[in-house]
Every structure is written in structure tokens, then in C-alpha cells.
Design a protein around this ligand. Sequence first.
Ligand code: NAD
Length: 392
Amino acid sequence: MRGQGTGDREEGPNNLYLKNGNSYAIEIGVKKLGIFERLEAYDHEQLILCSNRQAGLRAVIAIHDTTLGPALGGCRMWTYESDEEAIEDALRLARGMTYKAAAAGLNLGGGKTVIIGDPKKDKSEALFRTLGIYIEALNGRYITAEDVGTTVEDMEVIRLETRYVTGISTTRGGSGDPSLVTAYGVYRGMKACLEEVFGDGSIEGHTVSIQGAGHVGYHLAEFIFKEKGKIFVSDIDDKKVGKVVNQFGAIPVNPDEIYEVPCDIFSPCALGGILNEDTIPSLRCKIVAGSANNQLLEERHGIVLHKRGVLYIPDYVINSGGLINVADELEGYNRSRALKTASKIHDSVARVIAISKRDRIPTHVAADRMAEERIRMIKEIKKIYHSHPGHP
Ligand code: NAD
């Protein structure tokens, strides 16, 4: 794991995609869907296949929804076992980005690129420049960024051919490592949770137990420490635990025991799938709020948490600071502006809680509803005619 780019490894609602062996295939009943049926199933706008034999490029760009703005989403490079699997991944991840951007209040749609190939062996200048040419040809409908298997350096090669790439290093005027902004967003989201559960958003006197003292976990611990919160921390890397213990007075916990720590907030900042049958019964917290992607092993675990009265904040709402950070770069990066935008994650979290109570639904369903309501609202107002270049 690395804390660069959008941090959007496995984001968004993927519950409707059934895991099928190693691949994700959309199935309705037992019937496998054709390409156009798949696009129609979740209203994807466009699927672009990019091929160049000389450059060794096989890539898929999926654009899910551009109601709110250009589709932004990372470029993943992976050894997919089939073209089918790559297409499914691109479609699923692009849709996740639509929800993430909408929930974050950004004027961006959802898209994703996947490159079929081994990131350790198959990268070349020609491959990334060719992809850059294809992205440029989309004329801004899609903006790419770093993701699993690609690096900031790869994005800089893509940038030789297209303006539509973000998440460049700070030395080139880009936004760099997004972890601080992500952690700040998580911290702001925690405050909204504390307001809901304890009637006051101050972290002082509350206990937060952090799983993962990596890029995000470290910065998060600092925010909590500065506000006089008590911290428990676990990581499989003792050095990282030691740093948080020494600098922020945290209490170290064995990785296996972190779920059982009595605390107000459990903050998963390491792995996906950690909210499941084995861990949920052990939890002794009132709130789950952390940066890790895909925290619920399965959709139904969100319902289990809801029934147990644990306030779970869906990952893609509370960890959108990474996306906010790269989105800010599109206007010429300004860290204080990015932090200001990320502070609004507080309001998004509060809105998810309000929708959950209004509609009596678990928060992970409420988050999807919040995103869909915003997209619907913008679609509605876009019907109003106004004359500007490009409008008929
Ligand atoms: P990171 O790799 O820097 O940190 C993850 C930490 O988790 C590492 O220190 C690792 O040793 C630790 N870890 C692994 N297995 C563990 C276990 N079983 N128990 C305890 N610790 C364990 O990653 P990061 O950038 O800090 O991101 C953390 C999570 O947040 C990831 O899931 C990432 O996808 C997600 N995320 C990150 C960002 C971002 O801006 N970096 C944005 C959105 C989402």
C-alpha cells in the first residue's frame, strides 16, 4: 500500500457486483450480461478500449457518469486474467468514483482506467505516452491519476501527452502525498460522529483506536493527540507503532487485539474487509470511522453494525480527502484550500447520519442515497437553458 494519488484503491459501492472466482462479473440471476447490457445495468456512459501492439498497451477506460463534471479516477495496472475481468474492474471502479465525488460535493464524475499488464515488468515510456494520447483525445471527459500498480512517475510520463492527469509530485507543482488531507478529512468526520453520539464534537477525553499507523494513521494520530484524545494503535510494523507511541503518547496494541479495545471510535486505516463476522462481535466501540477502503467485507455487514447500534461511516465518504486533494490540483494546487474543502467531510458525514435516521436505513445505504440525491438534483437544474459556449 502506498499513500499517493487519490488513495482510491477499491472505492465505492461494489455490492451489486458479485464476486465470481477471481473476477467480478455482473450477473442478474444466472444470466451473464453482454457489454451493452452491462453498461446499461448501472448507466455507464462510455467504455473505451485502447490498444497499441508496438507500445504493448491494452487498456480500458470506463466513464460512468459525468453529470457533475469530468470523470476523474485513477489508472490501475494489474495482471488481469482476462479482458472480461479488466472490463468489469474498470466499470465497477468508475462507478465507485461517481459516488465518491458526488458524496464529497465535488463537481466531478466517475471514471477509471485499467491497464492489463504486470506493473513490475510491462511498463514503458511508449505504453504510458500512448495511453496519454488516448486520454487527451477524450478532450477532458476523463482525467486520470495514480492507482494500484502505477506511480507518480508514471503519471508524469502520461502528462507528456495530455493535460488531463492529476496527482503529480510537489516538485512539479502537483499535490503530492494526499495522506495528510485524507487524515484531516477522517478527523473532521469523526467530529460529526461525536456530535451525533455524545452531543459534542470535541475529541478531548475520548478514546480512538487506530488500526494501521501508516501514512494516514500517523497523521490522524497527530490530529487526535493535538486535541487531547487518548490513542490506541496497532500495526504489523513495530517501527510505525513506536513512532506514534513516542510522539503522541499512544498505547500499543497487538494487531489481533485491536478490535476488542474498549474505545469511543475504532478507526480502520490499514486494510479492507476488516468489518466481518469474526470482528464485529468483538467491537467495543460506538463509532467506526477510518480511511481504509472497502471496510465492510460484505454489504450485509453494514446492516449487522446498524443493528448493533454501532455508527459506521462509509469509507468512501470519510476518506475522500485523497480525491479532494488531487481534484484541487486541477485548479493549481493549494494545500490550505484542499484542507478547507476536506473539512466539509464533517458536513457530508452529518448528512449521511441524517439520511440514515430520516429513512431508517443503515449508513452505507444512506451514503449511496446522498450521492444519488445530489446527482439527481444537478441533473434537474441542468435542464434550465442558459447560453454559454457549447450550449445549443
Ligand atoms: P499505508 O500503506 O501507508 O499504511 C497502512 C498501514 O497498515 C501500514 O503501516 C501497514 O503496515 C499496516 N497494516 C497492514 N496490515 C495490518 C494489520 N493487519 N494490522 C494493523 N496494521 C496493518 O497506507 P495509507 O496510505 O496510510 O492508507 C491506509 C488505508 O486508507 C488504505 O486502505 C488506503 O487504501 C486508504 N486510503 C488512503 C488514502 C491516502 O490518502 N493515503 C486515501 C483514501 C483511502
